[in-house]
Design a protein around this ligand. Structure first.
Ligand SMILES: [Zn+2]
Length: 257
C-alpha cells in the first residue's frame, strides 16, 4: 500500500517544528534523507495507534489489557531505559507486547532533553540506535525481537534533525511523526482513516483511551503501523482471518522454544 510521504518543506510547515534544526547548507542539501511520515494511506477503516515512552509499568499493563479487550493493535515507541525499568517491575512485559500483535519502533535510549536532541550528532544517534537494539534484543529474545521490532524511528519531541534523519538513512529506518494526539481526543476532533495517533503511557492518556477513543474513532479501528502497511500483521483488525499464515507459523515457533 502506498504511503503519503511529506516533503521536508511540507513536514516543517505542517508540524510547526523549529526551522533551525532543518536548515541545510547548500552541499548538505544534496543528501537524500528518508521522508518523515505523518499520515498513512489505507483503503481499510483503520488508523495507526502509536504509544510512546513507556515509563509507567502499571499503566502499560492496563493499556495492554484495554487493547486486548478491544482487539486493537498498536505500535509502541519505547525509550530503552524506560522499558528496562518496566521489565524490573513487570518481567517480560515487552514479550507480552510482541505476543499480542503489537509492534515496536526506536525512540532512543534515554530521550534526552530537547536542547540536547538538537545537538546530538549523527555518530551519537547511530551509537544510540545500536544500544537501543541491543537492549531490546536482550529484553525480547531473538524470536520476539524479529516478530515485533520494526525499522521505525520516532525522534524525541518529533525533532527530526538532519543528524537524526541521517542515522535513519544509514540504518534503513522509516521516521514516523503523527497527525493526531491526546489533544485531538480532548478536543473531540474525530480521527480519520490513516491518521497516526500519538499517545503516551500515562494515567491521563489511559483515561483518554478508555473514555474518548471509541467516540473519536467512530467506525475506525486502532491498528499498528505494521498492520496498515502489511495485512499479515492485522490479526486483531481481521478477527475472522486472525490466523494469517505468518503469525500462525510464528506462534508455532514460539511455543516450540
Ligand atoms: Zn517521547
Amino acid at each position: 500500500m502506498s504511503k503519503e510521504r511529506l516533503s521536508r518543506r511540507d513536514f516543517i510547515k505542517g508540524s510547526g517544528l523549529a526551522l533551525a534544526s532543518f536548515v541545510l547548507s547548500p552541499e548538505r542539501s544534496k543528501k537524500e534523507f528518508p521522508l518523515v511520515i505523518s499520515h498513512l494511506q489505507t483503503d481499510l477503516p483503520l488508523y495507526a495507534l502509536t504509544i510512546d515512552d513507556c515509563w509507567m509499568p502499571e499503566v502499560l499493563v492496563e493499556m495492554l489489557d484495554y487493547l486486548r479487550e478491544n482487539r486493537f493493535q498498536a505500535t509502541f515507541f519505547p525509550i530503552a531505559t524506560a522499558a528496562l525499568a518496566c521489565n524490573e517491575i513487570s518481567p517480560d512485559i515487552f514479550k507480552r507486547v510482541a505476543e499480542e500483535g503489537h509492534t515496536i519502533g526506536y525512540h532512543t535510549m534515554n530521550h534526552p532533553a530537547k536542547e540536547r536532541v538538537l545537538q546530538t550528532s549523527y555518530e551519537e544517534w547511530n551509537a544510540d540506535y545500536d544500544n537501543w537494539t541491543r537492549n531490546f534484543r536482550w529484553l525480547l529474545g531473538q524470536d520476539y525481537y524479529s516478530l515485533a521490532v520494526k525499522r521505525y524511528a520516532r525522534a524525541p519531541y518529533g525533532e527530526f534533525t538532519e543528524s537524526f534523519l541521517g542515522m535513519c538513512e544509514n540504518k534503513g529506518l522509516t521516521p514516523y511523526f503523527w497527525s493526531a494526539d491526546s489533544g485531538s481526543l480532548e478536543n473531540n476532533i474525530p480521527l480519520s482513516r490513516g491518521n497516526i495517533l500519538l499517545l503516551h503511557v500515562t494515567d491521563r492518556d489511559l483515561g483518554l483511551m478508555r473514555d474518548e477513543l471509541s467516540l473519536a474513532s467512530r467506525d475506525l479501528r486502532a491498528a499498528s503501523i505494521s498492520c496498515i502497511e502489511d495485512e499479515n500483521y492485522c490479526p486483531a483488525a481481521y478477527p475472522l482471518d486472525g490466523d494469517l499464515r505468518r503469525r500462525k507459523n510464528f506462534s508455532t515457533n514460539i511455543r516450540g522454544t
